[in-house]
Design a protein around this ligand. Structure first.
Ligand code: GLP
Length: 238
């Protein structure tokens, strides 16, 4: 575990490790989470880009999850959040990004195309994850098995409540989503799980030290290779 004193320290440590990945392989394939937790790391990476110490513009990016049923340009679209937080400041062109659709006439085909694009790219080098309050990663809501594919899901009341602050209330949160599957995330060569704050302390402990179970999807990280946890003291309870 990379233990940090506070959120700023966590963001710097995770950014330094991310930048090392990009320096070793400038066109690395990455999955980028949205949510609040990785924003400090993305901002720190933007600072490194501006300082000229790393180039992130060649990364090949795969979306982690997306709300379903909203327009692609809806203010709540997670693609837009990822674009504002990372892609635009890093100069990653849209053609290097594989999206998950918020709308589709044929979701099964879109899902197959997403997983095929990852396979064609040779798999994922680095997957950035946050931790949901119910132990979800991406939008793999419990129960989710380790081999759960990319798919449509109904958001749990807990996840809807946790997403409400992003958009100004529970009634603003879409109720369906599409998520990269557990099997996609767990097959990544490296996984950074970023966790901050005392509110995540109990679920982080369960994920790392509790039983490996579909009821806590993040617990499958215990048996995956290449996992690195970046947590601050409040989340780690240390
Ligand atoms: C959200 C997202 C996840 C995110 C997690 C934690 O619902 N689907 O991708 O990592 O929950 O969010 P936050 O970092 O804001 O606590």
């Amino acid at each position: 575990m990379h233990l940090s004193d506070d959120y700023a320290d966590l963001s710097r440590q995770a950014a330094a490790a991310f930048a090392d990945v990009a320096r070793a392989k400038p066109d690395a394939t990455v999955i980028l989470a949205t949510g609040n937790t990785p924003i400090g790391m993305y901002d720190e990476l933007t600072r490194l880009v501006h300082a000229g110490t790393v180039d992130l513009s060649r990364l090949r990016v795969f979306q982690l999850d997306e709300y379903v049923g909203i327009a692609p340009d809806d203010r709540r679209a997670l693609y837009g959040w990822m674009d504002r937080a990372a892609l635009a400041p890093w100069g990653v062109p849209a053609e290097q990004v594989v999206r998950l659709p918020s709308r589709s006439d044929d979701f099964p085909a879109a899902i197959a195309a997403y997983e095929a694009a990852i396979a064609a790219a040779g798999g994922i080098d680095l997957c950035i994850l946050g931790l949901g309050p119910n132990g979800h990663i991406g939008f793999n809501e419990p129960p989710a098995d380790r081999d759960a594919p990319t798919r449509l899901i109904d958001l749990t009341p807990e996840s809807i409540a946790s997403n409400a602050p992003y958009w100004g209330g529970i009634d603003q949160v879409p109720t369906k989503a599409i998520t990269a599957g557990m099997r996609v995330l767990l097959a990544s060569r490296r996984i950074f799980l970023l966790v901050s704050g005392g509110a995540k302390r109990a679920i982080l402990h369960e994920a790392l030290h509790g039983p490996v179970t579909s009821q806590v999807p993040a617990s499958y990280l215990q048996s995956a290779a290449g996992v690195e946890v970046f947590a601050d003291r409040a989340a780690a309870g240390a």
